[in-house]
Design a protein around this ligand. Sequence first.
Ligand code: SAH
Length: 397
Amino acid sequence: MPAVILKQGREKSLLRRHPWIFSGAIHHVDDEPASGGTVDLLTFNKQFLARASYSPHSQIRARVWTFEDEPVDKEFFRKRIRASLATRYELKVEHNINAARLIYAESDHLPGLIVDRYGDVLVLQSLTAGSEYWKETITDLLLEETGLENIYERSDADVRELEGLEQKVGSLRGTIPQSQLTIYEHGLKFLINIEHGHKTGFYLDQCRNRLRVRELAQDKDVLDCFCYTGGFTINALAGGAKSVLSVDSSEEALALAKENIVLNTLPVDKSDFIEGDVFQLLRKFRDENRSFDMIILDPPKFAPTAAQAERAARGYKDINLLAFKLLRPGGILVTFSCSGGIDAGLFQKIIAGAALDANVDAQIVEHLSQNADHPVSLHFPEGAYLKGLICYKQHSA
Ligand code: SAH
């Protein structure tokens, strides 16, 4: 077995069960392993620490499969996949829903591997050399363990470049599914485009938060910013919103959002769509003195890493400040950040700054996060990326 020998004292993060080894922690490598091949991680004194996949092109040079001295083979992956499926089953994440994230990479001790289920189709995303090395085995196991027949690959994320991997998209097993699938979530239906949609097709991470919006939307004039295919829009309408105005810059996303309204036989006359830039539109609405009872802000990732945090913070502050101004007293702001580089504490500070500069008194009434099918291992806090706040704009004293 090829081995990676760490520099003296650089085993500390592994002893805390963090699964990554950066190139700078490595003293030397014995028997140059294949890209994605399995290596032993050893202390400087050659003591066993973990068994990992090797990524020769990445700064994250190794990712741990197991901290036990056990073989990494087909049966190992079967055990891991079974454990992931069991967690979802026990947490009832698929109760009233037929779409969910079944495997969430490092959080499920399967670095680099994401598997989402949309009805009877699985969508697999392989992000690292290690998950790529085992992809065929894992694909077979997924079929065996779920009893499903179709797996589609969406390995078209930019991070693959860091691993020296090309983008790959297409059917892995079974027939290529119709490009548009329908899933259901808490009594509502959504059209999913697994070939061209964002991520693997849908923002599964917002599932429970969509339900919360449904509960709060009754009789409200709602503004859904960055609406994509209408996840929050459809829930607000289903919750009895008086009106919903939905904004996104993507024409295709808006087309699907409109179809989703019809699919759910929701009132088309209460909904309106604008294709445009949220930053500009919020300014325009401010200048026109428009107001809303509920505003949802679910922007794309402004800061993938901490290095871009400052610029991202300005972006978040800008849209949240404008949203606070557009809210009527007693109005509700549902605001999110999916930037890994901005943690929950910083996000709350940014929102507080936005309220201050908008001259608004507001309360946090709820903290939101990613759905239970996107768990966060306590040993891998990087798995937490989605944070949200529900803020209530107080009536002036
Ligand atoms: N709320 C959605 C997910 C939003 S993803 C849901 O729950 O399904 C972010 C969306 O923002 C994408 O659809 C993208 O097209 C859109 N977007 C990105 N930049 C934008 C901008 N400046 N103005 C408007 N929409 C934008």
